[in-house]
Every structure is written in C-alpha cells, then in structure tokens.
Design a protein around this ligand. Structure first.
Ligand SMILES: *Cc1c(COP(=O)(O)O)cnc(C)c1O
Length: 370
C-alpha cells in the first residue's frame, strides 16, 4: 500500500464489514485493473471463464485445507448473507419433514433465526438466555434435544453480545448440528465432522460483504423439496458447483486471498487461535484489572475472542472514552444499542498492535477518570 494510504488507516474495531489483512488489500489493489495473465479485471470476467472457475475452486480448496473438510461435505458460495440462511436452512431441512427443529437462543442473531424458522415449521427453543440479556451460553445439563429433531441450531459467537461457545454444544448423535459461524469462521480449527451444516457470511471474519460460505454434509443436500424456489434449494448450488446462477465473483476472489493469508502468513488455524487468544486476553485483562471500572457483558467462561463487550460507569464517561479513543486512531468501538457500552471487534485480521494500543488506552483512561 502506498505510504499515504497506509498512514490513513486507523485501527478499525467495526463488527462488520470489518478489518481485512493489509497484504490482501494491497494484492487486490495491484490486481484489480488487470488480473495477471487474464487481460481483464476479474470484475469484467464471466463467472464461467476458466480463470474465475479456477479462482472459485482455489478458494474452496483453501477452505477445505484450513478446516480439514472431507469429501463428505460440499462447500457452497452463496449470496443473501447469513440472513438468507435463517430461511434456507429450515426451508430445506424442516419444511414438510414432519419434525420439529431445536434452537438454542443465546443472542440477537439466534433470535432472528428462530423467527424465520417458525415460518417454515415447528420450532422448539430448547434454551433461551434472553432473561439474563444474553450474557452466557448453556452447558449440556441446561437443555435437552429430542432424538428425532430435524436439527439442532445454534450461533457459535453472538456478535452483538460478545458471547461465544467455548466448544460445540452437545447434540444427540442422529441430529444434525447446524451452526451460524458468521462472526467466528476460521478463528480456530474446528472438527467439521461434528456438524451437519456450518455457515458464515464473509464480512465479519473472512472477507468482504457479498458471499456466504455454507459447509453442508452431503446427505442433507437432497432434503429440499423440488417446489422450493430454485435459489433456496441447496441441491441446485451443490450440483452446479456454486454456479447455478452468477456467484459473487469479487467477494469469492477476496475470500480466497484471505484463506491463503491464513495459511501462508499466519500459519494455519491453530496459529490463528493462539494469536486470537493472546489478543482477547489483552482486553479482558484490562477489564478484570480495572477494579470494576469496566464491566464485561459476557460471563468469563464464554467471553468472545472476537467481540469484547463492556460498559463504563456512566454514559458521559462512555462518550468521552469513544472520543478519546478516536483521537488515538481506535475507531468503531461503540457497542450495539441493545447492549450499550463498548464493543471491540478483534477479528483475525486485527493486528495485535491495535489491540495492545486499545488495552493500554483503557488502562490509561480508567486511571485518569476514576
Ligand atoms: C452479521 C451476522 C449475521 C447477519 O449477517 P448478514 O450477512 O447481514 O445477513 C448473522 N449472524 C451472525 C452471527 C452475524 O454476526
């Protein structure tokens, strides 16, 4: 990146669309006008052009290798964001199944998914953390799932509340586990074999807005009825290799570059997890060592490594905090209105220097404004 452009970049704690690796942005800039060897920009290229088909397969293979995804699963690149998956999942796996779907509700995104699923069929909310304003996740003893449920749905990281499952929720062996991983996709290694379906919109932790990755076990692909609108049927996308209609070519291109960055620059998802733990503990230590000046929203055992949420003693101090943080190039820290306070999103691409800078500002601010 040119020196001036780099110098203009603040540390961006936005919840999404969010920070991307600088090296990826530089590559995109360099290749945007003419893709090396292609005589045109990727933006001008048919999605059926071999160059793009190779880019799509390359992105898929990078995801397969990062997450160790076997051939028992299809990897789909779809549009409509995570929100369309709220409907597509029950349209394919619940509608006309004669079954009920189980949902765990630990935050705003799970709640929205439940509202959409109810339009498709019977839904049982097996756990609801709303009474405590979504500050925790359930343990295995806190809920039960019928053996014949259509699937068990949960959101691994509730982006707004900053509440994350430390490990997958327990699920009866015959029931497909369905996961909204939108805000913590690729943040650490996961065992995909535990899932029936795992999906993520890209614009939190994996790329730009416009593409949603769906990893789906092949036996679930055929469950959608032929009467479904074509776009909503997973089978159409799987059969056509994500080219049933024009896929979001630019977003897939950039997502593929982010996956390569994870593999080559970071060293894979285990290394990414180590770094993410280090970054998150800088912020949570600043909260815990503030003598109660900062109050974390999530219970400590399920604090998110991606979105740290906390409040200050009052609204005036909160406004001062945001203003002074911005003066130090720490931006987009305002929390969601439903939780209030501060939300620092520290996704994979947030450099540790940015988190260090925020943590030391927090300590500094608390000592000056106690
Ligand atoms: C952002 C987000 C969504 C919604 O994503 P869209 O692409 O805007 O539909 C869903 N779930 C989670 C966990 C999110 O963070």
């Amino acid at each position: 990146m040119t020196a001036t452009a780099t110098a203009q970049r603040a540390y961006n704690f936005s919840a999404g669309p969010a920070v991307l690796p600088v090296s990826v942005l530089e590559e995109v800039r360099d290749e945007l006008v003419c893709l090396p060897g292609a005589r045109s920009s990727l933006l001008e290229m048919s999605h059926r052009d071999k160059t793009f088909v190779d880019i799509l397969h390359d992105a898929e293979n990078s995801l397969r290798s990062l997450l160790n995804i076997s051939d028992d699963y299809a990897v789909l690149f779809l549009q409509g964001g995570a929100a369309l998956q709220f409907s597509m999942i029950p349209a394919n796996l619940l509608r006309d199944s004669g079954k009920s779907a189980a949902y765990i509700q630990t935050g705003t995104w799970g709640k929205k998914a439940i509202a959409e699923a109810k339009k498709e069929g019977p839904v049982e909310v097996v756990y609801d953390a709303s009474a405590s304003n979504f500050n925790h996740v359930p343990g295995p003893q806190d809920y039960s799932v019928a053996d014949d449920a259509a699937y068990l749905y949960y959101c691994n990281n509730e982006t707004i509340q900053g509440v994350q499952f430390p490990t997958e929720p327990e699920c009866p062996s015959g029931v497909p586990l369905v996961c909204d991983a939108s805000s913590d996709f690729l943040y650490r290694p996961v065992d995909i074999n535990k899932y029936g379906l795992l999906y993520a919109c890209a614009q939190k932790n994996a790329g730009p807005a416009g593409v949603t990755v769906v990893v789906i076990r092949r036996d679930l692909i055929d469950r959608g009825s032929v009467s479904l609108p074509g776009y909503l049927n997973y089978k159409n996308h799987a059969d056509a290799d994500s080219e049933w209609n024009t896929p979001p070519t630019f977003a897939i291109w950039v997502l593929g570059k982010v996956a390569k960055w994870l593999q080559n620059d970071i060293g894979g998802l285990a290394a990414m997890e180590t770094l993410n733990r280090k970054k998150a503990s800088l912020l949570y230590d600043a909260i815990d060592q503030s003598g109660g000046y900062y109050t974390g929203h999530a219970k400590p055992e399920c604090r998110s490594l991606m979105n740290a949420t906390f409040t200050l003693p009052n609204d005036d101090l909160q406004s001062a905090f945001l203003a002074q943080a911005a003066e130090r190039d720490l931006v987009n820290l305002k929390g969601h209105r439903s939780v209030g306070g501060i939300r620092a999103s520290i996704y994979n691409a947030m450099p540790i220097e940015g988190v260090q800078s925020l943590a030391s500002f927090m300590t500094d601010f608390a000592s000056k404004n106690a």
